[in-house]
Design a protein around this ligand. Sequence first.
Ligand code: FPP
Length: 261
Amino acid sequence: MTVEDLLAWLPPGSPEQALARQVDFDRLPAHVAIIMDGNGRWAGQRRLPRVEGHRAGIESVRAVVETSARLGIGVLTLYAFSVENWKRPRTEINTLMMLLKRYLRLELDTLLSNDIRFQVIGRPEDLRPDVQEELRAAMTRTEANQGMRFNIALNYGGRAEIVDAVRRLIDAGVPGDEIDERRFGEYLYTAGQPDPDLLIRTSGEMRISNFLLWQIAYAEIWVTDTLWPDFRRRDLLEAIVAYQKRDRRYGGITPARAATL
Ligand code: FPP
């Protein structure tokens, strides 16, 4: 996929195409992580049950997955269900699981044709057996794909992930004096993947919500008031353009500033 292919895929003269022209394809974020928020509010604004917001949110998932893959993003992580989400009503949880299963069934061909490798991060072992089965099937079918890695965070918690990593380090018998940040990262769910460069949160909330706590140490955070079911490829492109305007210093100073000292 070249930049020209991407531009040809977007409607001619559209805002998306104008935004895509502003993207520097040599400086794409290696990993984009998204906190999909605002489904309930989207439904509430339309006097619909909350689950209709989740249903509508699937269309945004489709748009973001395909656009990210076409752009050439290396890793996309979507926060779909947190360890705290079990506190929601049983009917809402069941609908979310049903939507997830349906999404995987309907989108498997798109994942395959876009060379996307699908993976779950979190504690999927606590999910219903039929959901686990569907997840396993999608992971197995896409495991040889070499393109974008698509992580869905399910029954995920950032603190739980760190605790799981510590347990796995202990189980592996790694001596304490051999543990450093690089080694620790090898025991996280995202082992082998770059940390997110860009963290997007929809619906205007300024919270991290226990998402990728270790990995977002230096991520650029972009928050939009757009509710998740309204999020489309245009919003993703806007986030990437904004990200590329940021001055990333990783705790240091820019070369330009250093030259003035
Ligand atoms: C937050 O909105 C959203 C969720 C907890 C679930 C997101 C899930 C989906 C979009 C569907 C399944 C996902 C995939 C990847 C197929 P909220 O309910 O907290 O909204 P609110 O803050 O407005 O109440």
